[in-house]
Design a protein around this ligand. Structure first.
Ligand SMILES: NC(=O)c1ccc[n+]([C@@H]2O[C@H](COP(=O)([O-])OP(=O)(O)OC[C@H]3O[C@@H](n4cnc5c(N)ncnc54)[C@H](O)[C@@H]3O)[C@@H](O)[C@H]2O)c1
Length: 352
């Protein structure tokens, strides 16, 4: 019989000489799965404590990092303790960063509980927190000791909005490098947990791991993973500032629509491929025209994006479905002109 995700995790912890863990989770996940790791003790791993933070993006900040580090210090944790991040991308980003700066770095492992974290956030070692509504602007890259194998049972309790958010990132993987997955997603009847196959999750996770192995420090090739994110992060930040937060992958799905249009206008994405992308995304995601204030805010946040160089805005564009090209730069004036129009129009109808 195959080892369970927790048994495999225990093996990885021991290989890394970690026999003690502190669990970091959020209160939603804790309420649903209070005893998820109860078998760790019998597998030779001692759970020293559990730190529970409030759920949601608001917890991804520097003051939480300070609180987590203070708790680790109070517990007397030394370098042999591993922080076990049990949750979605918020928990792994926050926990990964806290572990990386505590005593200049202790080990951490990610145990993903959302679709987005299973296929994306838990993998690749990007850690960080937000500042002044700017996403992930404080952070560093530090690989986890291990990532727990996805446990699909955990997805059964995931609210639809969070499933949709993960689906947004799944579409991204299809568009940047998995064209067969794109065809399968187009053929999906409706978005629900039983319909999301383990194979799809593993394909996305393996694709991300492969990209990260080539360019772990995010110098060039890894930038293809940013498709949809220049606009998406700005929309996510602007909506949060406006008091109507949207989940990360939902903002990325909107970002992908705009960046696919950019790929058509400034790059070589064929018209028919653009229409297919629009049809798939608009089947699941609503993208309304933006008012003037929102347009200004989103553009301002894009101009503050950490990927920009010399004031030019960085994008990943698509040459075809399944073929992405990173580091396409647009000067800020052209960028403003193009997106001002696009944001005001939105995507109210799906092409036939
Ligand atoms: N580091 C990276 O490479 C990377 C990549 C993509 C996204 N991210 C980050 O990940 C975050 C978004 O990810 P997320 O959507 O997983 O965020 P999240 O951790 O905020 O989870 C979303 C919601 O789902 C709840 N939840 C988690 N697991 C659950 C379960 N099994 N059942 C019921 N509810 C559950 C959480 O409590 C939360 O309310 C953003 O902060 C984003 O910036 C990071």
């Amino acid at each position: 019989m195959k080892d369970s995700p927790i048994q495999q995790l225990a093996v990885s912890l021991k290989k890394g000489s970690c026999r003690q863990v502190v669990i970091l989770t959020d209160s939603n996940v804790d309420k649903l799965y209070p005893d998820y790791f109860s078998s760790l003790e019998s597998l030779g791993i001692q759970v020293q404590d559990k730190i529970v933070v409030a759920p949601g993006e608001e917890s991804k900040n520097l003051s939480q990092v300070e609180k987590i580090c203070a708790r680790l210090l109070e517990l007397g944790c030394d370098k042999s303790v591993c922080l076990l991040n049990f949750g979605g991308g918020m928990v792994s980003d926050l926990g990964g960063f806290s572990a990386s700066v505590f005593k200049r770095g202790i080990h951490y492992v990610n145990c993903p509980t959302t679709l987005i974290s299973m296929i994306d956030a838990a993998i690749g070692g990007k850690t960080g927190v937000n500042l002044l509504h700017t996403k992930n602007i404080i952070g560093l890259i530090n690989q986890p000791l291990a990532v727990m194998k996805p446990d699909l049972d955990l997805l059964k309790t995931l609210p639809y909005q969070d499933l949709l958010s993960g689906f947004g990132e799944m579409i991204k993987y299809a568009l940047i490098g998995l064209p067969k997955l794109f065809e399968e997603l187009c053929g999906m009847e409706k978005l629900a947990v039983p319909g999301i196959s383990q194979f799809w999750i593993e394909s996305c996770a393996e694709f991300k791991q492969a990209v990260v192995s080539v360019d772990p420090n995010d110098t060039a090739y890894r930038h293809i993973l940013n498709f949809g994110h220049t606009v998406g992060h700005a929309i996510e930040g602007a909506c949060a500032m406006d008091g109507h937060p949207v989940p990360h992958g939902v903002a990325v799905a909107q970002g992908m629509l705009y960046e696919a249009l950019l790929s058509r206008v400034f790059g070589s994405l064929p018209e028919e491929s653009l229409r297919r992308i629009q049809r798939l995304i608009l089947r699941y995601f609503e993208v309304n025209p933006m008012g003037d204030d929102m347009v200004d805010l989103v553009l301002e946040l894009m101009e503050r994006d950490k990927k920009n160089r010399d004031g030019d805005i960085n994008f990943t564009i698509l040459n075809e479905i399944g073929a992405a090209q990173s580091d396409y730069y647009l000067d800020s004036q052209t960028c403003r002109q193009f997106f001002e129009l696009a944001f005001k129009e939105g995507f109210l109808t799906s092409p036939k």
